[in-house]
Design a protein around this ligand. Sequence first.
Ligand SMILES: Nc1ncnc2c1ncn2[C@@H]1O[C@H](COP(=O)(O)OP(=O)(O)OP(=O)(O)O)[C@@H](O)[C@H]1O
Length: 413
Amino acid sequence: MLTRSVANDVLTVGKELRTLADEFIPREYQDYYIHEMQKLLRKNDNEFTIVIDEYQPQLNTADEMFKAVETYLGTKVNESCIRKVNVCKNKETLAVTMNVNEEIIDDFDGVQVKWRSTTEQPGLRCYELTFHNKHRFKILESYLPYILERSDAIKAEESGLKLHMIHDGYPEPKTIILDNPMTFKTLAIEPELKKTIIEDLNNFKNGKGYYRRIGKAWKRGYLIYGPSGTGKSSLIAAMANYLNYDIYDMDLTKVDSDSQLKNIMLKTPSKSILVFEDFDQLQNPIVDDTTGKLSPKKTFSRLLNFMDGIWSCCREEQIFVFTTKCIDKLDPTLLRPGRMDMHIHLSHCTFSAFKQLAFNYLELEDHKLFERIKELLQSANATPAEVAGELMKYTTNSTLLLERLIAYLDNKS
Ligand SMILES: Nc1ncnc2c1ncn2[C@@H]1O[C@H](COP(=O)(O)OP(=O)(O)OP(=O)(O)O)[C@@H](O)[C@H]1O
């Protein structure tokens, strides 16, 4: 984002007008026009314009402020204009954007400002925000932060969880709407663990001042480990729904240079969850040192450097989640204290997890067969995915479904 006065632009226009005046306006009227033009210049000298670009070339990424402005202005419907309407997120939501050179007047706490959508270079848009110079402090200190807040709130209202898949082959992340309704309410894990995770997320979300005070980047790393089907992905979806953050599925398998890694990481915005699934597979080297390219092992160490180093400060409010089915396979450097803020172990289905699933799928809080299921779960080592699978089998007869589950667990014990 950069600031500039529009006075220069007006001066240039002024010179051109004088040439035109010489050519077309009779001598006796020229003084009148020049006087009017001077008034215009004086007026514009008092104006201040802030330019918010769509793209930050130095960071190779879209500008956060630009996106916030776009979201915010989309809600400022001006009926006199023809607008572009984009379908976005869930089907009920339409995003309205300004046309190029269109203007919108906004009022903030009694201060009138003018927004103009324009293009700095072909294909690269920007917004110009113009207001009286004397309100500069208020605009910078209050109005722009207000827009960031409003845009977060608007996004939250429109919320649809999105999954962005990132790998180095794509110029931009591939995005799909993730229709995953998993929340902490429906997630079947031990209640104590659930409570701890929610508290941790709350502290993180409200921790801007804390992270600043201790001089650490505002980020949090979670290592989620457990066998397949224990709910690692479900937990990530619940976290994303809870925080209203998008998920970035980080595919680093093809990354073989420092700059590629940097490019990928810079495509992720604040308020996002970066997921590195089956992380142990990335670190296990398929070494090809003869080519001189980074092996996955080196990529792993780069990633650790990245997390610790200067690049980790580029974005704020990001959560890193690493998952693995087997914690023993992980490089001990990743487990070192201070590297991951929280280790979360998801295991086989416990009785309390089962009760949550029975409530989710059958709307049952209790049943005479629960006691038998409790006994069997202790030895069956069934995952929540297996239990959920049994409870979903084409019948609405709850007793029949529970009996089938008992038979399944019996068979596994
Ligand atoms: N803890 C859980 N609570 C609620 N549902 C669960 C839970 N665990 C698994 N499930 C159900 O099982 C399905 C698969 O689980 P999920 O993908 O979250 O497991 P995972 O541990 O990530 O597995 P993988 O390691 O194979 O990716 C989910 O879509 C959900 O329906």
